[in-house]
Write a protein that binds this ligand. Structure first.
Ligand SMILES: Cc1ncc(COP(=O)(O)O)c(C=O)c1O
Length: 377
């Protein structure tokens, strides 16, 4: 079996994560106030917030908020930050985790919305952002990298423009957390959304966001409930992370993230990135030799992350994916990958593509085997 679907989910937990989860599940659970060193759930949460804070260069670990994943984080940021009559910008490579909540708000008359056109390879020019800004633009949502084309978008440049106009920025790092170094922390975006089960190597169903000071004041809570803090009040606390974390948390998911992000920090994101780039270079170099393959997204490894979308001449995407699995045991993903906008950008809508995405455990021999299989089709 060759796993080439890391962009959807990471295939296995590391031995260190498995060990700590096993110990946790087998033990007793002395649940106590969150962020209390020494008491179980709170200590685990704080441990994870510290590791994630370091990963995203957020000085204050309490600005790390846990959710069920990037989808919930993006919904919370979008719905919490916009107000009736606002104008919102987002790019033409966004995942449905962004596109659907925004379209819902637009169709229900809450916001006006512009989808910023990207080049066919998925890239975007910061000037496109500037030109689309209106007096009432309040929010700009952008993927750090396309989950279909792999293209890295110029987040820093685009958000610098947004900041000039006092527009809140939300960065979807579902495809880049743990893979691309973040050099400017929440200075880069007001909200950075991440998910646990892809590049971060945690369990599915855990994720979160890192939020800046002003956005945390402006963002309305997505839900209300008990926080174990200021319990005498019938209002949600205004302080972080309690403002956005009602109810009992997913401690086992949070623990998986604490351990896996600590490992990432020990290895170093730069190292992980270097290896991913070398695997991608090997794969794309090989693809270019195969005539039947049309490759979408940038070819240069420094302009992209791991997901590589292709069309195999003579096969529809689903057929090609099935064939690769049944004949060669290669697990890819076919179709629109929850991002019809990216396919409209690339010209592969509605047929979709076969997406290969290699990751941390991929060996060079597996890439060569995948290339060999494609050349036989
Ligand atoms: C770019 C992008 N955004 C958001 C998501 C949603 O992540 P999750 O399903 O973990 O909430 C994904 C996952 O496929 C993604 O690739």
């Amino acid at each position: 079996m060759i796993y080439a679907n890391y962009a959807a989910t990471s295939p296995a937990l590391s031995p260190a994560v498995v060990k700590e989860l096993r110990d946790y599940v087998g033990g007793t659970h002395l649940n106590a106030a969150r962020n209390f060193e020494g008491l179980e759930a709170g200590a685990i949460a704080l441990r994870a917030r510290k590791a994630i804070g370091r990963l995203f260069n957020a000085a204050d670990p309490l600005k790390v908020v846990f959710t069920s994943g990037a989808t919930q984080s993006l919904n919370m940021a979008i719905n919490g930050l916009i107000r009736q009559g606002d104008h919102v910008l987002a790019t033409m490579v966004e995942h449905n985790a962004t596109a659907r909540p925004l379209e819902y708000l637009r169709k229900n008359g809450v916001i006006t919305l512009d989808w910023l056109p990207c080049e066919a390879e998925g890239s975007l020019d910061a000037e496109t952002v500037r030109k689309a800004i209106r007096k009432n633009t309040r929010l700009f949502v952008m993927s750090h990298a396309s989950n279909v084309l792999g293209t890295i978008l110029p987040a820093a440049e685009c958000f610098t423009v947004a900041r000039e106009y006092g527009i809140f920025s939300v960065l979807d790092m579902a495809q880049t957390a743990g893979v691309l170094p973040v050099t400017t922390g929440t200075g880069l975006a007001d909200v950075i959304a991440f998910t646990g089960h892809k590049g971060l190597g945690g369990l599915a169903g855990i994720g979160g966001f890192v939020i800046g000071e002003e956005a945390s004041r402006e963002m309305r809570p997505w839900a209300s409930g008990g926080t174990g803090s200021v319990s005498g009040s019938l209002d949600m606390p205004e302080f972080l992370p309690d403002k956005f974390e009602p109810g009992t948390q997913n401690t086992i998911g949070i623990l998986s993230l604490a351990v896996s992000v600590e490992e990432i920090l020990r290895i170093g994101v730069e190292k992980i990135r270097e290896r991913e780039q070398s695997l991608t270079e090997r794969f794309i170099g090989g693809l270019e030799e195969i005539q039947k393959i049309t490759l979408y997204g940038p070819r240069e490894p420094d302009r992209r992350v791991a997901p590589v979308s292709v069309v195999v001449q003579g096969y529809d995407a689903g057929e090609a994916s099935r064939f690769l699995f049944e004949k060669y045991g290669i697990i890819t993903r076919s179709g629109l990958h929850c991002s019809p906008l990216a396919h409209k950008t690339a010209g592969t809508y509605p047929a979709g593509t076969v997406r290969f995405s290699f990751g941390r455990e991929t060996r060079e021999a597996e890439i060569d085997a995948a290339l060999e299989a494609l050349s036989q089709m």
